[in-house]
Design a protein around this ligand. Structure first.
Ligand code: ADP
Ligand code: MG
Length: 558
């Protein structure tokens, strides 16, 4: 029985299209991730000439069935995904069967593989032209060799810097990858010279120290229902000027996520002076339904269903952990032996780094967690209504309005406490109409309460210093202007209320969106924690109920 299937067009289109490979580093990343997917606990990477000449990845994973070897290099061929639902339930790493197809069309490519109980086979693909399947001779596992990358696409070569720059990028990636996957043996050779060699089952901390030479670190592990977090954090004595040594892993893959990184930095609130950053590797594991990894061609960026939950879990865990280390915050003499000279060890007074009050933020979360009702999700109808059974009643819940209510109450309640917002690295300056400017400046406090910290920039400009976490991935100027337009329309006396309603409506799940079980459960349980789960801020009903009697009567059972 063949394991690899060619995805049908519908699914293929559903997945963001785009190029997978730009540089040798992308080849290495795709290939080692495939090895990991195949269950390998030994991965060896070889490169020549910065990976332009050759990239070879050897693993001891489960290997590919002989009959599947040809499929493996076809576009949209994958053994890891089968239906649209699967796109949202990816439990390995986000795959769309593009990598080998893309790589083998721009290189002199060979894949050799052996599955236990089968003979070894090999297949060559020369610049996209698939050759004949031939008997091979490798051990159990897979060897992929990629030679002369982009020789047939000269335009592509322009992305490639020097051999040494390419090698540096690969080394950096492999270090982070090996810290996140510290239970895998990883070896890296460049031009036949051994550059990295890590033995599995070292602790994450040992790997980190070995990779980055930073010894003053602490290991943090934390597990909530849906989010598992493992992390190596530098102690507050390590104060870097840049964020370039904060790395994030998601479900064993290296990703870039601005808000997770920001959450980690947030965890250092009051521990580091302003504009100083730690070094860290944070490895997150979440349920596949909680994240869409297919929003970016190289899967470097992901979309979390609930940014706020991830954000608060990460910053709380980091903050609690650093707090528990009993570091003397105001005066402490750090004298560490560290090789990276961009790191300075200074004694600093306590200073406020971010405007978020972490303690309040966490209090709110905890209270909510206690009051979860018992309910059973039946499913979703018309992609818009969630069916829930509670006691002897059937609830029809409008998903958009329900989520709107949840978000609205969050904005309002945070207004009384301190809102969750992210301080932007660079303020965004926005031009507004003269009459709007006046209203905005008069309401600066109200904007602050829903997460926007604003400043008068002079002229017809305002600068945005912080934004609510829910819009951090969006175009901030557009979001802000829409907000202004909305509250003109509403002309509500209570401006905070009007802003909160608008923000809630804009960021809530829409009708027509297919939801996963996890998403339904989350919205419903949050709805039941609100003060008024039955009507939305505009006064529309959220829930329509039918009792068991009513239903049974229809069948003349009563
Ligand atoms: P994807 O990883 O998205 O499924 P790829 O193009 O990277 O797509 O790989 C295609 C298929 O080839 C995979 O689904 C897998 O079945 C097989 N494959 C690729 N590399 C390996 C490997 N190192 N070990 C075992 N199987 C592999
Ligand atoms: Mg892959």
């Amino acid at each position: 029985m063949s394991e690899i299937r060619v995805l049908d067009q519908k699914i293929a289109n559903k997945i963001a299209a785009g190029e997978v490979v730009e540089r040798p580093y992308n080849v290495v990343k795709e290939l080692v991730e495939n090895s990991l997917d195949a269950g390998a606990d030994f991965i060896r990477v070889d490169i020549f000439d910065g990976g332009i000449g050759l990239v070879r990845v050897t693993d001891n994973g489960k290997g590919i069935l002989p009959e599947d070897l040809k499929n493996s290099v076809l576009r949209y061929s994958t053994s890891k995904i089968g239906s649209i639902e699967d796109v949202y339930r990816i439990n390995t790493f986000g795959f769309r069967g593009e990598a080998l197809a893309a790589i083998s069309s721009v290189s002199d490519f060979k894949i050799e593989s052996k599955r236990e109980g089968f003979e070894a086979y090999e297949l060559t693909v020369e610049w996209g032209k698939i050759g004949e399947l031939k008997p091979g001779c490798c051990q159990q596992g897979t060897i992929v060799t990629v030679k002369n990358l982009f020789e047939n696409v000269p335009a592509r070569r322009k992305f490639i810097k020097s051999f040494s720059a390419e090698q540096r990028e690969i080394v950096k990636f492999l270090k982070v990858f090996s810290i996140i996957n510290y239970n895998v043996d990883i070896e890296f050779y460049s031009d036949d010279k051994k550059i990295l060699s890590f033995t599995k089952y070292d602790s994450m901390k040992d790997r980190f120290i070995e990779c980055f030479g930073l010894k003053d670190v602490s290991y943090l592990v934390d597990k909530k229902d849906n989010i598992e977090l493992e992390c190596i954090l530098t102690l507050p004595g390590v104060q870097r000027n840049r964020k370039d040594m904060i790395f994030v892993g998601l479900n064993n893959r290296v990703i870039k996520d601005f808000s997770v990184m920001q959450a980690l930095i947030q965890g250092y609130y009051r521990k580091l002076p302003q504009n100083k950053y730690p070094a860290a590797v944070l490895s997150l594991k979440v349920k596949p339904e909680m994240v869409d990894v297919n929003v970016h061609p190289t899967k470097m960026n992901v979309k979390f269903f609930d940014d706020r939950e991830i954000f608060s879990t990460v910053s709380r865990a980091v903050s609690n952990h650093l707090g528990s280390l009993k570091l003397n915050e105001s005066k402490e003499n750090y004298s560490y032996d560290i090789s990276d000279d961009s790191i300075k060890y200074v004694v600093e007074e306590k200073r406020t780094v971010y405007s978020v009050n972490i303690d309040n933020l966490f209090e709110t979360e905890e209270i909510q967690n206690e009051s979860v009702n018992e309910f059973k999700i039946i499913g979703q109808i018309f992609d818009s209504v969630i069916l829930v059974e509670i006691d002897s009643e059937l609830y029809f819940i409008d998903q958009h309005i329900a989520h709107e209510r949840v978000l609205y109450e969050k904005f309002i309640s945070e207004a009384e406490k301190t809102s969750i917002k992210i301080k932007l690295v660079e303020p965004v300056v926005i031009e507004v109409l003269e009459e709007d400017k006046e209203i905005i400046i008069k309401n600066i406090k109200n904007f602050e309460k829903i997460g926007f910290d604003l400043e008068d920039f002079g002229g017809n400009f305002v600068s945005v210093l912080s934004v609510p976490t829910s819009i951090v991935h969006k175009n901030i100027e557009n979001e802000f202007m829409e907000l202004i337009n909305e509250f003109h329309k509403n002309k509500n006396e209570n401006l905070l209320d009007s802003l909160s309603i608008t923000m809630a409506c804009k960021t809530a799940i829409k009708a027509g969106e297919k939801l996963t079980d996890y998403e339904m459960k989350k919205v419903v349980s949050e709805l039941f924690q609100t003060k008024n789960p039955f009507t939305c801020p505009h006064g529309r009903p959220i829930i329509y109920k039918m009792s068991k009697e009513e239903i049974f009567k229809k069948f003349h059972r009563l």
